[in-house]
Design a protein around this ligand. Structure first.
Ligand code: ZN
Length: 470
């Protein structure tokens, strides 16, 4: 009896909880994110962004570019290639060092991250030592999560870079595992062509690829993903701590602009003994996802490692001449990184609301207005009245020059409101019979569901004001 009560209570609580299942289902139902190649059975946690997903994604990237490039005088942007010179990955250490330790189940042939299984079953943190890990698997205490067998291969390292070929080039070519490399190799061109003075940053948005074993969780971890990164170059003699703190604050500000609440965030500083030899400090900004805290963005002090390595491997001087002191030196770098797909997941989770209204329950995506995929939806009250449809279409054709709009005459008005609520459209406009006489329309607010009448000629100014509010 008590067990039943507990279960009932949990069900009641879960009903209003935001779960990944709810987000995944809404994303598919409303055209935000689809599992890719579904007709062929899907492919390894790959996703396609649908019509509203791509609008949301573009708005997130635009917000980032505005905040970190256009609004700053010390950051400029570039766009480098996905396929870069193979020497670059030798210099950065990716060719030999970018590995995951893997183990295969001999029975079902599935491959797993060895460190993850050891961590889960033996509660041990063992990084790097392949022989010691193999020994643990030999003891027969670790069960295959898939088939339940205890029979494992040796633990081996697998490089996470995607290999490809290029006509006319000998040897292995890779898809970039991070965007940063494309920035460092253009450091000299930027110094030579732009009037940059330290400290300054180079920003880039683009795709990166990692051949990882994927544990799911929707778009949280995918093999093909998009990054927004900045390499911020500083004089090694300036105090870096205040700059580091300021970048972290800016990253937090961006996270809040996605709609995230402060209490969903926490900062994880990597312990000194786990940092790469060149790094002075690394902090992850973690978000409380329904499956637990996970890394969202990161900030690292990378010293002069990257420029020094590329200078050594390319035999090209990558230094900076300080005009005041006439000294040449290799700058140090702070590296704020952001994942586009994770940012989008956070914006979906933060926007999701289930509400009881007098007309029944509704799901409403309360995106910040800047991020909303569609800003205004325009409806004729009835689709079978040509004069209403024509006038509503005229308003739509005029508004679409200034706002991302949608015209909808399907089903009844209540259903159209529900649909726009789930897309997160801040304003809906209805043209009805009174509109013909009074030259006005009804505007409905997504969040308050309040409706007001305004004159058709005042719609644009009204929307401009409202959409500029936060
Ligand atoms: Zn197995």
């Amino acid at each position: 009896m008590t067990q039943l009560l507990i279960e009932f209570k949990e069900q009641l609580l879960n009903k209003n909880m935001i779960t990944m299942e709810k987000i995944i289902s809404l994303s598919k139902r409303r055209g935000f994110v689809f599992p890719a190649c579904e007709i062929y059975g899907g492919l390894a946690n790959a996703y396609s962004y649908g019509p509203y997903g791509i609008e949301l994604k573009n708005n997130i990237k635009k917000l980032w570019w505005e905040m970190f490039v256009h609004q700053r005088e010390d950051v400029i942007g570039i766009d480098g290639p996905i396929i870069l010179h193979p020497k670059l990955w030798e210099a950065s250490g990716h060719t030999v060092g970018f590995n995951d330790a893997m183990v295969d189940c001999k029975k079902c042939k599935k491959r797993f991250r060895a460190d993850h299984l050891i961590n889960e079953f033996v509660k041990k943190d063992m990084e790097g030592n392949l022989e010691a890990m193999t020994e643990i698997f030999k003891k027969g205490e670790i069960k295959c999560p898939d088939c339940g067998a205890f029979d494992w291969t040796e633990v081996r390292n697998f490089n996470m870079m995607f290999k490809t070929r290029m006509n006319g080039i000998e040897g292995d070519i890779y898809l970039r595992p991070e965007t940063a490399g494309a920035i460092f190799v253009e450091f000299k061109n930027i110094i030579d062509s732009m009037r940059v003075k330290l400290p300054f940053g180079i920003a880039q948005i683009g795709k990166a690829f990692r051949n990882e074993i994927i544990a799911g969780n929707f778009i949280f971890r995918t093999r093909e993903f998009e990054q927004m990164e900045i390499e911020y170059f500083i004089n090694p003699e300036t105090k870096w701590e205040p700059l580091f703190k300021e970048w972290l604050k800016q990253q937090e500000k961006f996270t809040m602009a996605l709609g995230a609440k402060k209490e969903s965030l926490r900062f994880y500083e990597h312990p000194k003994e786990k940092l790469s030899h060149y790094s002075k400090k690394t902090v992850d900004i973690e978000y409380k996802f329904p499956f637990g805290f996970g890394e969202l963005f990161g900030l690292a002090h990378r010293g002069d490692f990257d420029l020094s390595q590329h200078s050594k491997f390319s035999k090209t001087k990558l230094d900076y001449l300080d005009a005041k002191t006439n000294k040449r030196f290799i700058p140090h770098v702070l590296e704020p990184t952001f994942g586009v797909d994770r940012a989008l997941l956070v914006s979906l989770l933060s926007a999701y609301n289930e509400e009881k209204t007098k007309d029944g329950d509704r799901i409403v995506m309360k995106f910040p207005k800047k991020l909303a995929p569609i800003k205004v939806a325009i409806f004729p009250l009835l689709r079978n009245k040509p004069n209403l449809v024509k006038k509503a279409k005229d308003i739509f054709n005029d508004l679409k020059k200034d706002f991302v709009c949608e015209f909808d005459d399907n089903g009844n008005i209540g259903k159209r409101y529900r649909r726009q609520d789930e897309i997160g459209t801040p304003y809906c406009i209805t043209f009805d019979f009174d509109s013909l006489k009074n030259k006005d329309v009804t505007i409905r607010d997504r969040d308050t569901m309040k409706q007001e009448r305004i004159k058709i000629k005042e719609i644009k100014d009204y929307l401009k004001d409202k959409l500029n509010e936060l």
